[in-house]
Design a protein. Structure first.
Length: 145
């Protein structure tokens, strides 16, 4: 779980708690935005060991691209609605993340920590067990579907 700034923490924590409730192990790397990129670089070993990275950022949302360029795992970008100036309630971060040139970056909607945490848990579970998260109301597709 990577968060750019302290104002992104509520969304990052929503994602982290969601992933943990679904059985995932979560390493939190907070306040490592591009304005202080040296803090992110100090956490590279944790990033390199990750199966999936959830990157939460407001403002221009550049952190998702930076992390995507560093790691070999999938990156789930979560734009947040925080920021000032021309952030447009998260739209600037959303568009920036959607236009990332780093391979392996996908994006959920603005402030959707739950969706990112759920997706990260699914990726982690598949990597560990090759089994999806069991869901009472969904049946897996078969070859005849």
């Amino acid at each position: 779980m990577v968060s750019a700034g302290t104002s992104d923490l509520p969304v990052a924590e929503e994602a982290a708690v969601t992933a943990e409730m679904l059985g995932g192990r979560v390493k939190r790397i907070y306040d490592v935005g591009v304005a202080g990129i040296h803090r992110l670089l100090n956490s590279c070993s944790d990033l390199f060991d990750a199966r999936v990275a959830v990157v939460v950022a407001g403002m221009e949302g550049a952190l998702a691209s930076v992390v995507g360029g560093l790691v070999a795992c999938p990156v789930i970008g979560v734009p947040t609605s925080v920021g000032y100036g021309a952030s447009f309630g998260g739209l600037a971060a959303l568009l920036s993340m959607l236009n990332s040139c780093a391979a392996g970056v996908s994006v959920v909607n603005i402030d959707n920590g739950f969706g990112a945490g759920y997706q990260a848990a699914v990726i982690n579970r598949l990597a560990e067990t090759r089994e999806p998260i069991p869901m009472a109301d969904k049946q897996p597709l078969t070859a005849t579907d």
